[in-house]
Design a protein around this ligand. Structure first.
Ligand code: 13P
Length: 272
């Protein structure tokens, strides 16, 4: 895609993000890899619903400005992804309400409840909080970028990426749709997980159909571990995921309010 088309598409996707309520005010940013060392990105502090093609900033892969526009304050997050993923040419960051609700609640989007999501996106892990626009944020994302196509940033928002601008946007849309369904299902009493054999079949289909590569078997998903078809190599799994799945003191678990009350009352009964 040439620069003229990319500018046009960034404006179109920005408007879609704004119209769908994925961003408000001047939230969010979008970028596209125009060449080996050339990135086109939205400028800082503009509404993504009211952009024009002439306002885009150009930088190199280190973030050095290549025109007179002030690039997004989150450019380093985009550049980290481009540096780590040669297959990625577009990045969309937004504060989608349902996805960001997961991120604010300290939850990943990783339950195997929707066949289509296992096929096309995989798991969306929660990355630790880091101050926006600082290395804290990029350091927190680093362990997850290689094997995932979208990430939740704790108490902040989400980022999705792909081979082109539409794929990055589609992944953002799938993430938000999934988060919304998961929240709705919870209000109906909770979603049912797909059984192990169904997950295995979906993973085989997604690789054959080319939705996701085998690299996605290394994602930080509890259900991959349970099926035994994860990539299997410890070196692929980031340390936070290993901690979360180990018996170490830093392991995180989540309980419903009722489960917590039940546990506490059992503990109280045992003491008396
Ligand atoms: P910019 O306006 O600098 O792109 O920042 C928007 C944003 O969403 C920060 O998280």
């Amino acid at each position: 895609m040439d620069e003229r088309e990319a500018r046009k598409l960034i404006v179109e996707i920005g408007r879609l993000m704004y119209d769908k309520g994925y961003v408000t005010s001047s939230d969010g940013n979008i970028s596209y890899r125009l060449g080996e060392n050339l990135i086109l990105a939205t400028p800082t502090q503009v509404s993504k619903g009211r952009m024009t093609e002439d306002i885009m900033a150009l930088t190199d892969l280190d973030g050095k400005p290549l025109n007179d526009k002030r690039v997004s304050s989150e450019i380093q997050m985009h550049l980290l992804i481009y540096r780590m993923r040669p297959d990625v040419n577009a990045v969309c960051h937004a504060h989608v309400p349902h996805g960001t609700a997961f991120a604010a609640a300290g939850l990943s989007i990783d339950a195997p409840i929707l066949s289509e999501v296992i096929l096309t996106l995989g798991c969306v892990p929660l990355t630790a909080y880091g101050t926006p626009s600082t290395p804290e944020l990029t350091d927190a994302l680093k362990p997850y970028v290689e094997h995932h196509n979208a990430l939740l940033m704790e108490n902040h928002g989400v980022v999705a990426y792909g081979k082109d601008l539409w794929q990055a946007f589609d992944r953002l849309e799938t993430l938000e749709h999934t988060a919304k369904i998961a929240i709705l299902a919870r209000s109906l009493g909770g979603a049912n997980d797909l059984p192990k054999d169904a997950i295995e079949k979906l993973i085989n289909i997604r690789e054959k159909a080319g939705y996701l590569t085998e690299s996605a078997r290394c994602q930080a998903c509890g259900y991959l571990q349970e099926t035994g078809i994860s990539c299997g190599s410890d070196k692929h799994l980031n340390s936070e995921f290993q901690n979360a799945n180990s018996n170490g003191s830093s392991a995180k678990i989540s309980l419903t309010r009722e489960e917590l009350i039940e546990l506490l009352s059992q503990a109280a009964n045992n003491r008396s």
